[in-house]
Design a protein. Structure first.
Lengths: 279, 328
């Protein structure tokens, strides 16, 4: 079954999907007591919009040549990736509790051993350039397939990202969409270098650029629709997201890059998540 | 410029075609063979990082402009774009200078390409002292670096004949391949019956007493030195090892075991490349022979003509002959 961009979008249903992803991620975090949950909760809305509305893909055929590709460049967002791959049917949800365990197909950082994972993530600055290459390859084949690359604001520190930004524009890759998750955090704390204004930079590099609230499903759906334009220019959506979105206690936690959750905290956090859904 | 240095001329322009006296040469064997192969196999694409002219890939660009991509001076993105193309079913030949694709883009070769077994074929130009622009441009430790990456094939061809065959062979070697590229007027040294077989060393000359194990264009020098040594009554054997990874341990050990002493020759530092592979294999197997390593010291090198640099740093013909005849 393929989901096509032409299908009418049920924004409410997408919000439900995002909520389901958050629940999965919380369950995976509880199993280990720690994880990159804040980033996962922040990107959940974007992944729900992609996998259940925008991408042309078929979980029964992960190697379908004409599929749209989603590249997760920030490998440590793996918790979100596995949640959406399970929800979409690439993975058995029963496998999710193995997240981060020895011998698991669901390691803490993404590798292309996992069904539905296109590239090795985690060595940051590798995603966008491979997206450029895939966009060129699909274009050479006359394929309608498009390439969506997730990357983060912290990752923009890597110079290779900007080499790739020039490449995407130089080759006119209008079948390429960068999803830049600007959540304001990186390993050592708040984003360190003067990377802002991110949207202006992509615009200056020759990309059609949209800047939205990355936790607002209406804005996500609209921006993704805009990125279908075949105008000879690559697209970038700058997503302003909140780490831990949906669980206020996690949003307020100062060290959000890698979160530890105690058993005592658990029930309260899940109550917050459910309350957020009812909001 | 005076004295000995003057004998060897000067640093040539980067893309200058150098006439090689007393040698049969072929012009741009890499690009011409790739252009021909590209006509047969539409899945082949070519990429460069502002080195189309200096890497000899121009004939491919001219023959297949729609399948050629110049990413500018951006080696990281060169490798990434090639990896992405490979992951849509293409065989991506990418080329720049050895120094830039190894020193600058190492992580990208290792993870985006080799780890995913991506069909990226890196043709790395002007290795070792074939570049006269000094340490910035001379890849003298690239074999050491690339041999350290798992799931990567590493090849150092001898001449135009072998390079042409390698261009074709790597298309059918699964995964990522690193090839040291000879450009411009490339000498033809190996006979018309020579056949490159991936992963196999080739016995080019049988001898007695002293045997040379060599790779890259130093194999041509080894053959020439062996001919010179004959006048001193020395019959040197020559085993050419074009594929350094996977390493043909079996043939190397068999060869080494048949000689009293060995010479290892490479256009690279004497550590981390062929010299290390050969001596490790011999030691591990208990094949203990004296070994002279003809190659480069662990230092940075200056600018100059190839002949000047080779004489100064001890990899020229007289050095090879001395190793064979005098054993020093």
């Amino acid at each position: 079954m393929s989901v096509t961009p032409a299908a009418p979008v049920d924004v409410g249903a997408l919000r439900d999907k995002a909520h389901a992803l958050r629940r999965s991620m919380m369950a995976m975090t509880r199993g280990k007591g720690e994880g990159y949950i804040a980033q996962g909760l922040g990107i959940a809305d974007c992944l729900a919009a992609l996998y259940f509305s925008e991408l042309r893909h078929d979980p029964a055929r992960p190697d379908w040549p004409d599929r749209d590709r989603f590249l997760l460049s920030t490998g440590h967002y793996s918790i979100a990736m596995y949640a959406v791959l399970a929800e979409a049917g690439y993975l058995d949800p029963e496998e999710l509790p193995t997240y981060g365990l020895n011998g698991s197909r669901l390691p803490m950082s993404t590798f292309d051993i996992t069904p539905g994972v296109e590239i090795v993530g985690g060595s940051l600055g590798h995603g966008l350039g491979q997206g450029v290459g895939m966009a060129l390859g699909l274009r050479l084949d006359g394929s309608p397939g498009r390439v969506f690359v997730e990357l983060s604001d912290g990752e923009l520190d890597e110079g290779s990202t900007w080499e790739s930004a020039m490449g995407g524009a130089t080759f006119g890759c209008d079948n390429l969409v960068a999803l830049v998750d600007c959540n304001g955090i990186q390993a050592d704390g708040p984003v360190t270098v003067a990377i802002e204004p991110v949207a202006d930079k992509f615009t200056a590099f020759g990309w059609d650029t949209y800047e939205i609230d990355g936790n607002d499903m209406d804005e996500l759906v609209d921006a993704l629709a805009s990125c279908r334009a075949q105008d000879g220019r690559p697209k970038a959506i700058v997503l302003r997201t909140t780490p831990g979105f949906g669980v206020p206690t996690l949003v307020a936690r100062p060290r959000a890059h890698f979160v530890r959750v105690t058993d005592e905290e658990w029930a309260g956090l899940m109550e917050e998540l459910e309350a957020d859904r009812d909001r | 410029m005076t004295g000995e240095a003057a004998v060897f001329g000067q640093t040539r322009g980067m893309g200058e075609l150098i006439e090689i006296p007393d040698r049969v040469t072929e012009l741009a064997p890499f690009g011409r063979e790739l252009a021909a192969l590209g006509a047969e196999r539409p899945e082949i694409v070519g990429l460069t990082a502002d080195m189309a002219r200096y890497s000899d890939i121009l004939p491919f660009k001219e023959a297949h402009p729609d399948r050629f991509f110049n990413v500018g001076m951006a080696e990281q993105n060169l490798v990434l774009t090639a990896a992405g193309l490979a992951k849509t079913g293409k065989i991506a030949y990418c080329t720049t200078y050895s120094v830039f694709v190894t020193r600058r883009a190492y992580d990208f070769v290792a993870i985006a390409c080799a780890h995913s077994k991506a069909d990226v074929k890196i043709f790395a130009g002007m290795p070792g002292l074939t570049n006269g622009y000094g340490a910035t441009h001379q890849a003298t430790e690239d074999l050491n670096m690339m041999l350290g990456i798992a799931d990567l094939t590493v090849i150092d061809p001898c001449d135009a004949t072998e390079l042409r065959q390698v261009v074709r062979a790597v298309a059918d070697i699964p995964g990522t391949v690193y090839v040291r590229l000879l450009r411009g007027n490339v000498p033809v040294e190996l006979g018309g019956d020579y056949r490159f077989v991936p992963g196999q060393a080739a016995l080019l000359r049988e001898g007695r007493g002293v045997g040379v194990v060599s790779t890259g264009y130093m194999t041509a020098r080894a053959l020439e030195a062996a001919r010179h040594a004959e006048t001193s009554g020395v019959q040197a054997g020559v085993l050419h090892v074009p594929t350094l990874k996977p390493f043909d341990r079996e043939r190397v050990l068999d060869f080494a075991g048949r000689y009293d002493r060995l010479v290892v020759a490479e256009n690279h530092k004497t550590t981390g490349g062929l010299g290390t592979l050969v001596t490790e294999a011999m030691f591990d197997a208990g094949v203990l022979r004296p070994v002279i390593r003809v190659g480069l010291a662990d230092e940075f090198f200056e600018c100059g003509s190839q002949e000047y640099l080779e004489a100064k740093y001890g990899v020229d013909l007289p050095r090879m002959v001395r190793a064979l005849v005098e054993g020093t």
